[in-house]
Design a protein around this ligand. Structure first.
Ligand SMILES: *Cc1c(COP(=O)(O)O)cnc(C)c1O
Length: 508
């Protein structure tokens, strides 16, 4: 191949030599026509998914779904994409949950934006790996630029801070916890955990989170060898935010018992209530004790771009590290997340030299390697490209507008629910979650009533809501993430809830 520049249209339209037979499935210039037609056929199925769906779920039961999948013989290949797509339609696409419909108000699954999906095509086809420069080239610097951009939104100095894209918020939280533990051990105990394993004091390490923080924190503490006992759950106030008086009290108590506080994890946007812990107060306490503060902003990071609501995150710039989930709050397809640390020197704790990838003598600025910052992934997708496509096509203003709309909608609906005597709203929200239940004066067992409503909705597939338990009581939960959803849509959802609620009878 010479390097002559050929206009893109000509490349695409020129008949290319074909690899026939056994090599025709390899992604290669000789098979571009095959690639294109396979993608086009698959796109038609995406079209079907979009056009025939007017409800978020088919309502199929797991047992039936399992039988359909089990029935397939993987040892027998199919003869065409037509057959393949029809099979996958039956066992997957027809029943897949449609997050983009306003009737999907269950979990933290955002609708996704088209520029990101266009980017996804390049991510999968070119298949760069972000671990080292020689496997990603421009990808390394584009990822770094998006990390710097995010760091700046956090109020960090991008020259001082650093970070890396991760598979999700749970992994980012794990990185925060590892940094917290290892920096504490290094600075206060002069003990290098990376080389020498846990110090004898580790059994007494304590990490403070609110009792509404994400469960990944416990899981992370246990895989880190600290045990779930290392996690101290501080009760929340009336708005389900970490109670600062109790945080101080619990820290004092742990110290009196001979335990060692090593850090605090604040949640900026809890999964269940969308409320933000008092970040400034927590930063003050972390500072007084000279310990690590991590902010889990997997959900609340949406506010970073919003002029209207950014102030709710004030204090986040004082955290040592932050979890960002673009696939929760930036309308990105899964996976797209990041871990960001205020002081890049501290990230060195994670660095490991492999002679074949990033040998010690390699000059980091000349030949950069994102793998130095990654905790468990080596080969890693160029997920950052999707966010790049999104920002460059939509601009941060449109993303912010989507977020503002969703939060404004939530405020309207909160009012609607509060004013309706048949509903009880448990708490207001900083973001876009509402926890509430349906009530009927003749029914004592409100848990059974609300569980009945939830299951009715689920198996009809018309509306998907989530539920959560608070003090042993079952509540329904709306998570709004879709800027297309209107007050009228939710009004109809509430009416449906009422009508199922009216059908509930105790003798069923
Ligand atoms: C969803 C969530 C996580 C976990 O993120 P994943 O991307 O699902 O791994 C962590 N923290 C909070 C507050 C979340 O809502």
């Amino acid at each position: 191949m010479n390097n002559e520049i050929i206009p893109l249209g000509e490349v695409i339209n020129s008949p290319s030599p074909h690899f026939s037979g056994k090599f025709n499935n390899i992604f290669h210039q000789n098979n571009y026509d095959h690639y294109r037609s396979a993608i086009n056929d698959t796109l038609d199925l995406v079209g079907k998914f979009l056009h025939r769906n007017d409800k978020p779920f088919s309502g199929i039961e797991a047992k039936k779904m399992k039988t359909m999948v089990q029935h397939i013989d993987l040892n027998r290949k199919l003869s065409s994409y037509e057959e393949l797509l029809s099979e996958v339609d039956d066992i997957y696409v027809k029943h897949a949950t449609a997050f983009h419909l306003p009737q999907y108000v269950a979990h933290l699954n955002c609708p996704i934006v088209i520029p990101a999906l266009a980017g996804e095509i390049l991510v999968s086809a070119i298949n760069s790996s972000q671990d080292t420069y020689d496997q990603s080239a421009g990808g390394t610097f584009m990822e770094r630029k998006l990390i710097d951009w995010t760091a700046e939104k956090l109020g960090y100095n991008p020259d001082e801070s650093d970070g890396v894209f991760t598979a999700g918020g749970s992994q980012s939280n794990l990185m925060g916890l590892v940094m917290m533990r290892d920096c504490f051990s290094q600075k206060k105990l002069n003990h290098n955990i990376k080389l020498d394993g846990l110090p004898s004091e580790a059994g007494r390490f304590r990490i403070f989170i609110s009792d509404k923080a994400h469960f990944s924190n416990q899981k992370n503490a246990s895989i880190m060898g600290l045990g779930e006992k290392s996690i101290v759950k501080v009760p929340t106030d009336k708005r389900f935010r970490m109670d600062i008086t109790l945080l101080k009290k619990y820290m004092k108590r742990e110290i009196l018992m001979g335990n060692i506080p090593i850090g605090i994890i604040a949640t900026a946007g809890t999964t269940d209530f969308g409320n933000i812990d008092p970040l400034e107060d927590i930063a003050n306490i972390a500072e007084q004790h000279n310990i690590w503060m991590h902010v889990d902003a997997a959900y609340g990071c949406a506010l970073l771009l919003s002029d209207k609501y950014r102030h709710l995150l004030n204090g986040i710039e004082r955290a040592d590290s932050v979890t960002i989930d673009y696939h929760k709050s930036f309308f990105q397809p899964i996976s797209s997340s990041a871990f960001i640390v205020k002081n890049k020197r501290e990230l060195r704790i994670l660095k490991h030299h492999a002679d074949y990838l990033n040998p010690e003598e390699m000059d980091e600025e000349e030949i950069p390697a994102q793998i130095n910052k990654s905790i468990i992934q080596s080969t890693r997708r160029f997920d950052a490209l999707k966010l790049w496509f999104t920002l460059r096509m939509m601009g941060q203003e449109q993303l912010a507008e989507y977020t503002d709309r969703v939060i404004d909608l939530t405020k309207d609906i909160a009012e609607m629910i509060t004013e309706d005597p048949q509903f009880e709203l448990l708490s207001d929200t900083d973001l876009s979650v509402l926890v509430f239940r349906y009530m009927r004066s003749d029914i004592k067992d409100l848990n059974a009533l609300n569980q009945f409503i939830k299951m009715k909705l689920f198996y009809s597939g018309e509306i998907l809501v989530a539920s959560t338990k608070v003090d042993g009581n079952l509540y329904l939960k709306f998570t709004f993430l879709n800027p297309i959803t209107t007050t009228e849509d939710v009004h109809q959802i509430l009416n449906k809830i009422k009508s199922h609620g009216e059908d509930f009878s105790t003798d069923k």
